[in-house]
Structures are given as structure tokens and as C-alpha cells.
Design a protein around this ligand. Structure first.
Ligand SMILES: O=C(O)C(=O)C[C@H](O)[C@H](O)COP(=O)(O)O
Length: 228
């Protein structure tokens, strides 16, 4: 596992799971992030899909210093500036846009572009990115597909953040895979639970995710070898 020079990406490696949030109601930002922290999840991604996301980054940054904050759906250089100013620790995008990556580099904001093909990986490498978001993970073919497209780049130390279709059933398999730096998903903060302000429900989901992380750190079961 390469150590990424960006401290935020090293923290991400410790956290292992990013709670992806599409926030509909700004006052929910801090209680939601607090509920995740109480359950042991200390990395959150606020997607810039809703108008309050930037302000939510600011609030969580101001009130919850233990939370590592990612900005998601960062599509333009000006959004890179916005999320940096708001206090994001890192940013991700669904695709690979060299202009956006360059803007993040200029500001020193760790950035993981989205990839889904070998061509995307080549473009991201040309922009000196080593950590890439694999999106949409499950719809593209999941781990078997990622292993195949990543193989020609294995000597370059590229690592991935799979997002899209990760859930408690498949999370552990991803966590055990050496190509994977960390995983992310919206299952930790379902919009319905947030709408009901069911913070204890979210803490419970976070705790269960923490148990998956612990399990994935234990030694793998010895492989069964057939004696037939
Ligand atoms: O638009 C972006 O930049 C994103 O961040 C995409 C999200 O990571 C995925 O939509 C999460 O996928 P689910 O966990 O399946 O809901």
C-alpha cells in the first residue's frame, strides 16, 4: 500500500468507510455527522447535489474537528475553490476532468477523480493522481471488472475508492481487496432516516459498518483445498 502524501488520504485509509450524504435540509448536517461519529464513522462526503452542501461542509468543519470531510460531485474548477474555502479535507468527482484536478492541485486540495475505464485511469495518471474513485462500481462490474482494468497499472501503485452500489452485504469483500484504499456509500445515511432525523438509527448503521471494518482486518479464513 503506497502512503499517499496527502494527510487526508492517509486518514481515509484509517477510516476505510466514507458515509456519502445527499443533504436536503441544512440543519441536519451537524446532527447527522455527530450520529456517524458516535457510531465510529469519521469520514463523510457531502455531495454538491443539493444547495446546502457547501454550507454543511463549513458547519461540520467548524463544529466537528474529528470528522474528515470530503466534497463529492465536484465538477468544475470553481467548485474546487468553493469546497476548499468551505474547509473540505479532500474532494472527489464522478469523472476525470484534468481542469478540475489542476485546480485542486493549485490549492493543495487532495482530489480523487472518478474512473470507470482504462482510458480514464490513463488520463488521471497524466494528472498525477494515484487515488481514484471507481464509479459507478457495481453497475460497471464491481471488483472482477476493477481487478481487470487495474492490472496494467498495478506497478504504478494506483489505488481505488469504489462508490456506487456498495452496501453491508458486499462491503467486506471490497475492504479485504488490496487495490482498495477505502470504500464509500450512501447506505450509512439513507435519505429516509435523515428526513425522520433518526440519528440513533444512523449511529446503529455506523456501528455495524465499523464491525465490517474490524472483520475485514482479521486474518482471512484459510483457503479450502480440495483433497479429491
Ligand atoms: O456524484 C458523486 O460524486 C458521488 O459521490 C456519487 C456517489 O458516491 C454514489 O452515488 C453513491 O452511490 P450509492 O452508495 O450507491 O448511493
Amino acid at each position: 500500500m503506497p502512503t499517499f502524501p496527502e494527510p487526508a488520504f492517509s486518514k481515509l485509509r484509517q477510516s476505510r468507510i466514507i458515509a456519502v450524504v445527499v443533504l436536503d435540509h441544512l440543519p441536519d448536517a451537524v446532527p447527522l455527522a455527530t450520529a456517524l461519529l458516535e457510531g465510529g464513522i469519521n469520514c463523510i462526503e457531502l455531495t454538491l447535489r443539493t444547495p446546502g452542501a457547501l454550507k454543511a461542509i463549513e458547519l461540520i468543519n467548524a463544529y466537528l474537528p474529528d470528522m474528515t470531510i470530503g466534497a463529492g460531485t465536484v465538477l468544475t474548477p470553481s467548485q474546487v475553490e468553493d469546497v476548499h474555502r468551505a474547509g473540505a479535507d479532500f474532494a472527489v468527482a464522478p469523472g476525470t476532468n484534468p481542469r478540475t484536478i489542476a485546480a485542486a492541485r493549485d490549492l493543495g486540495l487532495p482530489f480523487a477523480p472518478g474512473i470507470c475505464t482504462p482510458t480514464d485511469i490513463e488520463i488521471a495518471l497524466e494528472s498525477d493522481c494515484q487515488l481514484m474513485k471507481f464509479f459507478p462500481c457495481e453497475a460497471s462490474g464491481g471488483l472482477p471488472y476493477l481487478r481487470q482494468i487495474a492490472a496494467p497499472f498495478s506497478h504504478l501503485g494506483v489505488k481505488f475508492l469504489p462508490l456506487g452500489g456498495i452496501n453491508p452485504t458486499n462491503a467486506e469483500t471490497f475492504l479485504r481487496e488490496p487495490l482498495i484504499h477505502a470504500i464509500g456509500g450512501s447506505w450509512l445515511a439513507p435519505r429516509a432516516l435523515v428526513a425522520e432525523q433518526d440519528w440513533s438509527g444512523i449511529t446503529k448503521l455506523a456501528r455495524e459498518a465499523g464491525q465490517l471494518i474490524q472483520k475485514s482486518r482479521r486474518q482471512p479464513e484459510p483457503e479450502f483445498t480440495s483433497c479429491g
